[in-house]
Design a protein around this ligand. Structure first.
Ligand code: HEC
Ligand code: HEC
Length: 293
C-alpha cells in the first residue's frame, strides 16, 4: 500500500497518489478507505473482543469458554420458567386441592385445567389418540360420547391413571377371546355371528346370511360380555355392537379378524408417569372432548 519515494506518482486527473504498481502504463490509484467505514470496522472488532470475553463464545474440545458475565441460554430459559411457575403457583395449588367435581364447576379452575390438559394431551396422548382425540383403528376415539370404560369424570380418571390391560394392578382388564384360533367356533359359525353383529346396526348383509344361527351363537358366546342386545358392558370394556361407532371397523373382514384372533387394545397406565394434577387436568380435558357423561 505504501508508496516508495522513488516511484511516487500523483495521478493528474484525480490528484490522488498511486500505489507505485504499473502495468503497461496503467497505474493503480491509492484510494484510502473512508474514515467512517474504518471506524465502524474498528468498533466491530472491539465489540467482538468484548463479546468473546463477556459471553460464551469459543468452542473447546469438551465445552466452551463461559464468558465473565456468566450468562447462559439454558439458565435464562430456566429463569423464565421459574417466574412462570411462580405466577401460576396459586392456581396450580388450587387445582391440586380441588376435587374433579369442584374443578368442573369452577369456571376459572376449569379454564386453567383445560389449557393444562390440552398441552399434556398433545405431549402424551396425541401419538395414539390423534391430535384432536379423534383416535384411529384400535385407538379409542375420545371425541364422541361413546365410552368403552365409562365417561364420568371418575371413570375417565381411573382409565388414565391405571390404563387398559396395562402393567398396573388396578388396570382395566379382560379381553375379547380368540374364538377362531382357540377352536371355540368354526369358520361358518364365525361368518354367521359376524353377519348377525352387522345386522345389529343395520349394515348390509349377504343374501345367504343365516341370522337365526348367528343370533343363537351370539347369545351363547357373546352376550355374557356384550349384553343380550349387544349394547356392551363398560365394566368389561366390551363395546356396544349395536351402534354406528366402531373401535376396529364395521366391515365383515375386520369383524371376522377379531373373532378369529381376539382383541385386546393396550393403553398405558399414566399414574406413575404424570403427577396427580396433570391427570386431573387431562381428565377435565378428555371429559370435555367427548361431551362427558
Ligand atoms: C400407546 C397408545 C396410547 C397412549 C399413548 C394413550 N392411549 Fe389412551 N387408549 C389407548 C387404547 C389402545 C385405548 C383403547 C383401549 C381398549 O381397547 O379398551 C385407549 C383408551 C383410552 C380411554 C378410554 C376411552 C373409552 O372409550 O373409555 C381414555 C379416556 C384414554 N385412552 C385417555 C388417554 C389419555 C388422557 C392419554 C394420555 C395421557 C392416553 N390415553 C394415551 C392407547 C393409548
Ligand atoms: C370375555 C368377554 C367377551 C366375549 C365373550 C366376547 N367379546 Fe367381543 N369384545 C370384548 C372386548 C373387551 C372387546 C374390546 C377389545 C378392545 O378394546 O381391544 C370386544 C370387541 C369386539 C368387537 C369389536 C368392536 C368394535 O367396535 O370394533 C366385536 C365385533 C366383538 N367384540 C364381537 C364379539 C362377538 C361376535 C362375540 C361372540 C362370538 C364376542 N365379541 C365375545 C369382550 C368380549
Amino acid at each position: 500500500m505504501t508508496e516508495s519515494g522513488a516511484h511516487k506518482h500523483v495521478d493528474a486527473h484525480s490528484g490522488m497518489g498511486t500505489t507505485g504498481h504499473e502495468w503497461d502504463g496503467i497505474r493503480e490509484l491509492n484510494t484510502p478507505l473512508p474514515r467512517w467505514w474504518l471506524n465502524i470496522l474498528y468498533a466491530t472488532i472491539v465489540w467482538a473482543v468484548f463479546y468473546c470475553i463477556a459471553y460464551p463464545a469459543i468452542p473447546l474440545i469438551q465445552s466452551f469458554t463461559p464468558g465473565v458475565l456468566g450468562w447462559s441460554s439454558r439458565q435464562s430459559v430456566n429463569d423464565e420458567l421459574a417466574s412462570l411457575r411462580a405466577q401460576r403457583e396459586p392456581i396450580v395449588a388450587a387445582l391440586s386441592q380441588a376435587s374433579l367435581d369442584e374443578i368442573a364447576h369452577n369456571p376459572q379452575l376449569r379454564t386453567f385445567a383445560m389449557a393444562q390438559g390440552k398441552a399434556a394431551f398433545a405431549n402424551n396422548c396425541a401419538p395414539c389418540h390423534g391430535a384432536g382425540g379423534g383416535g384411529s383403528k384400535g385407538y379409542a376415539n375420545l371425541n364422541d360420547d361413546d365410552w368403552l370404560w365409562g365417561g364420568t369424570l371418575e371413570q375417565i380418571s381411573a382409565t388414565i391413571t391405571h390404563g387398559v390391560r396395562a402393567d398396573d394392578d388396578l388396570s382395566h382388564a379382560g379381553m375379547m377371546p380368540a374364538f377362531g384360533r382357540e377352536g371355540m367356533l368354526d369358520e361358518q359359525q364365525i361368518s354367521n355371528v359376524a353377519d348377525y353383529v352387522r345386522s345389529l346396526s343395520h349394515l348390509p348383509l349377504p343374501a345367504q346370511a343365516n341370522l337365526a344361527a348367528g343370533a343363537a351363537i351370539f347369545s351363547e358366546n357373546c352376550a355374557a360380555c356384550h349384553g343380550a342386545d349387544g349394547h356392551g358392558d363398560m365394566e368389561l370394556g366390551a363395546p356396544n355392537l349395536a351402534d354406528a361407532i366402531w373401535l376396529y371397523g364395521s366391515d365383515k373382514a375386520t369383524i371376522v379378524e377379531g373373532l378369529v384372533n381376539g382383541r385386546g387394545g393396550v393403553m398405558p397406565a399414566w399414574g406413575g408417569r404424570l403427577d396427580a394434577t396433570t391427570i386431573k387436568a387431562l381428565t377435565i380435558y378428555v371429559h370435555a372432548l367427548g361431551g362427558g357423561q
